[in-house]
Design a protein around this ligand. Sequence first.
Ligand SMILES: *Cc1c(COP(=O)(O)O)cnc(C)c1O
Length: 463
Amino acid sequence: MDEYGNTGEGRAARRDEAVRSAVEQGLLGPDSPIVGLLDVTGIRESAAELRAAFAEVTAPGTPVLHAFAVKATPLVPVLRLLREEGIGAEVASPGELALARAAGLSPAQTVLDSPAKTPAELREALALGIAVNADNPQELDRIDGLVRSAVSRSPLGIRVNPQVGGGSIGATSTATATSKFGVALRDEGAREWVVRAYLDRPWLSRLHAHTGSQGIPLPLMAQGVAETYALAEEINRRIGRPQIDTIDIGGGLPVNFASDVTAPTYAEYARALREAVPGLFDGRYGLVTEFGRSLLAKHGTIVARVEYAKSAGGRAVAVTHAGVQVATRTVYVPGSWPLRITAYDGKGRPKSGPEVVQDVAGPACFAGDLLAEGRALPLLDQGDYAAALDTGAYYFAHHYAYNSLARPGIYGFVPDRAGGVRFATVRDPQTLASIVAESGGAHAGALTTLHGPGAVDTQRRVK
Ligand SMILES: *Cc1c(COP(=O)(O)O)cnc(C)c1O
């Protein structure tokens, strides 16, 4: 439990109420068999916890920008909600930047970090005054050209990879020796190159590292930040003035997918950082953070109707409408990304009864499309609902168009005064017309009317 009393009990109770109300209000049912639900109260609480955690460890007056990693939950209403809670945006593509702007985020609240920025993207970011972290020497060359040709308010920095090592999940470990991100600091000559880059460019004022996401232990995250801080100190010492005035420590706080408890908390991480890197918090440096998963994951739930309940080889199988299209990582790499599943009856009430080992399957046409395999749960029947918990980040907002399955509707919820639940549409369910349009519907004849020299005209031949 953290200082907000966050054992997750409130969260679980709000979730149960929301599932029941979603069924009652018709958001979920036979004709809309899958939805994503977002707990607005929980999102606001996490944002407040993040701000409080760093306010506690920083010297009074230290500028701190918490920039939400938009890739975690790329939904405009979520970005607007976070903006209202004092949280900015970390963007990594023109699409994410467009979402942040549509949510009303200002350039001063926005950081651009992608590893493959085009010249046009860099030009736009500098024209807008958005902070940019250069990923590599070639990108810094491009920025040099832009800085020479126009005045920009953009705070500019370099992303480094302290190469402190990976965590338990390779795909989300960004500080390995051969990671594709940033300037690999321990490589021969790299550190000196970075120092020179700052010596030669008085306008470089930031230093950035993001040393991993889910699966990285806190001490390793703290070590990555400590090495980044040590480099900033070295650069400022060599230059003889505090040219680097802001350190961007990235995101990556892991999420507990095993229960409703928030662990680790932002407060624990901020204290671990202060312990490991006290100088970072003494007021000489502004801070940028880029948390994604830890802000949103626990506030999202996928709820899917059980279309059929069957049995195969002695195993109970619930065939639901949630599978690879909304839980891509879990389905393809179940060992690294297990999700908790809860069972609800046809009225959306938590199901009780003896637990039965069963598979919770998705709707896609391949055998591995399982939300959970061999999971002990109250037996799911036809017309019941299965909920995949902690899916507010990197799940239902990351639709995978397998089998042309429609993107589900996403609804935010808050408790109302009468003990019920009020919903708001965050994203409409995708229509069939939209699926056809996104699948080349406007170009139906494109391939049959495309003939190379000497091609036989099949239309004429069949006549
Ligand atoms: C993905 C990413 C983040 C957010 O990571 P989380 O694990 O979701 O907190 C932050 N910064 C950068 C540069 C990233 O690529």
